[in-house]
Design a protein around this ligand. Structure first.
Ligand code: NAP
Length: 247
């Protein structure tokens, strides 16, 4: 009898932030099915995260990534599983509004959760990955950060900053075996898009060359590839999954 080939991410430990629902859930499922042991992070979606962790043999860990101690808690949970090979910074929020009416608190909340938390997660994860001399970090950015979007000055700024930070970290960490890449979704069917104005979403269908909203799994496939050794010569890149919207 021939043995079935090992899954591509067997023996890898991964953290996926914001994995209880939406794109993060699809990414955790995809990595788990590829053999990784996944820390399924959640902030409020406890039940969904516990169910997902049970399904993929991972561990659900509560942490608000925008808090100072969130990153340490998640990295410690990964180390308890034997290391940290893959970090996916997926947790993100929007607080949309036109600039003239945008409160400082809406600006700051988006910067704290999307940018500062991603920086802290990268810093905490890199400390472990440097010891291993191996690791893949994937940060979720957005088409808004590439092209800008009316009503999303805070969100677009946070995502463009994550992309610039990722290119810098890619240069800092390349010689130590750590890759850092970004995945920039266009419009994907999750609660985040559900919360958007219907008219805006319908209008956007006319300008997406593929004329449809994407599915979370379509983002997860690229994340799985970037996490794997198949992507070993790819670092510092930002790849869009957007049905052609960014063309
Ligand atoms: P979503 O459906 O709104 O879900 C947001 C996720 O982020 C939830 O799992 C939530 O966790 C988590 N989260 C928020 N604040 C958190 C915090 N402080 N600590 C820990 N987790 C936190 O979002 P999504 O559409 O799946 O988006 C996922 C990522 O893709 C985000 O970075 C987003 O900016 C990016 N993106 C999405 C789209 C899109 O079209 N959907 C497009 C471009 C980029 P809890 O539920 O546990 O609180």
């Amino acid at each position: 009898m021939t043995e079935s080939p090992a899954l591509p991410l067997t023996d890898r430990v991964a953290i996926v932030t914001g994995a209880g629902r939406g794109i993060g859930r699809a990414i955790a499922l995809e990595l788990g099915r590829a053999g990784a042991r996944v820390i399924v992070n959640y902030n409020r979606s406890a039940e969904a995260a516990e169910a997902l962790a049970a399904e993929i043999g991972g561990v659900a860990v509560q942490a608000d990534v925008s808090s100072a101690e969130g990153a340490d808690r998640l990295v410690a949970a990964a180390e308890a599983l034997g290391g940290l090979h893959i970090l996916v910074n997926n947790a993100g929020i929007t607080r949309d509004g036109l600039m003239l009416r945008m409160a400082d608190s809406d600006w700051q909340a988006v910067i704290d959760t999307n940018l500062t938390a991603t920086f802290r997660m990268c810093r905490a994860a890199a400390a472990v990955m440097l010891r291993q001399r191996a690791g893949s970090i994937i940060n979720l950015t957005s088409i808004s950060g590439i092209r800008g979007n009316s009503g999303q000055a805070n969100y677009a700024a946070s995502k463009a900053a994550v992309a610039a930070m990722s290119r810098s970290l890619a240069k800092e960490l390349a010689r130590r075996g750590i890759r850092v890449n970004c995945v920039a979704p266009g419009f994907i069917a999750t609660d985040m898009v559900e919360a958007m104005n219907r008219k805006v979403v319908e209008g956007v269908l006319d300008v997406i060359p593929m004329r449809r909203i994407g599915q979370p799994e379509e983002v997860a496939h690229l994340v799985r590839f970037l996490a794997s050794d198949e992507a070993r010569y790819i670092t510092g890149q930002e790849l869009a999954v957007d049905g052609g919207l960014s063309i």
